[in-house]
Write a protein that binds this ligand. Sequence first.
Ligand SMILES: Nc1nc2c(ncn2[C@@H]2O[C@H](COP(=O)(O)OP(=O)(O)O)[C@@H](O)[C@H]2O)c(=O)[nH]1
Ligand SMILES: [Mg+2]
Length: 223
Amino acid sequence: MYNSQRITVIIPCLNEEQGIEQVLTRMPPFVDQVIVVDNGSTDRTRDVAQSYGAEVIREDVRGYGRAYKRGFTHATGDVIVTLDGDHSYPPDAISYLLEAFRHLDADFLNASRFPVRDRHAMSFKHKLGNLILSLAMSVLFFRWVSDSQSGMWVFKRAIVKDMKLESDGMAFSEEIKIEALLLPIHFVEISIQYSSRLGEIKLNPWRDGIQNLLFLLKKRFLR
Ligand SMILES: Nc1nc2c(ncn2[C@@H]2O[C@H](COP(=O)(O)OP(=O)(O)O)[C@@H](O)[C@H]2O)c(=O)[nH]1
Ligand SMILES: [Mg+2]
């Protein structure tokens, strides 16, 4: 519990045995429910997550978005916090993000990785790709969002039912922010420190970058 609110943390994982251990050891004690959504990892992700007391949920259909949607159906907290299982987002930030969330009276908080302080955390190609996607999203949806691709969010669970979440893939990250922007709710962005991931990257920069750009256009003009 954090300020009388039940907190659920959801972590999508695909072969993150190294990272998930680091994330779960650093999980703040006030978190009530930790859900790890696995898509058929072939390493020890499930065992490691279970050994740290996380609820491990299996989703048979692959995909980052698919995993989150499954996780949402199991969440019981008043507030949901998300992050990757690769230890690139700081679990230590959960407490100050929740504090900012409360003080700013927010409904959806996006944790922005920019400016990136750790030189090794993000390549130039990824920074450029992120900038293009965030600019495109900001122009198309009339609101400056510095990190449209961040995977760390804090939001009230009650708003999920008002969102139309269609993406099963990596575009889910921008879709949830767009849906939050389209609702009459308070959207805020706060900076966090982003670090190098442990384990192997699942994102395919060209394929996912282009798909995410096309998804933005579809979401803007064909919804
Ligand atoms: N359950 C599940 N998790 C996934 C899938 N693809 C990626 N992930 C997880 O989603 C998070 C983000 O993926 P990552 O490779 O770190 O991409 P990046 O952070 O955008 O560079 C990581 O925790 C991955 O393990 C998937 O198909 N299913
Ligand atoms: Mg990651």
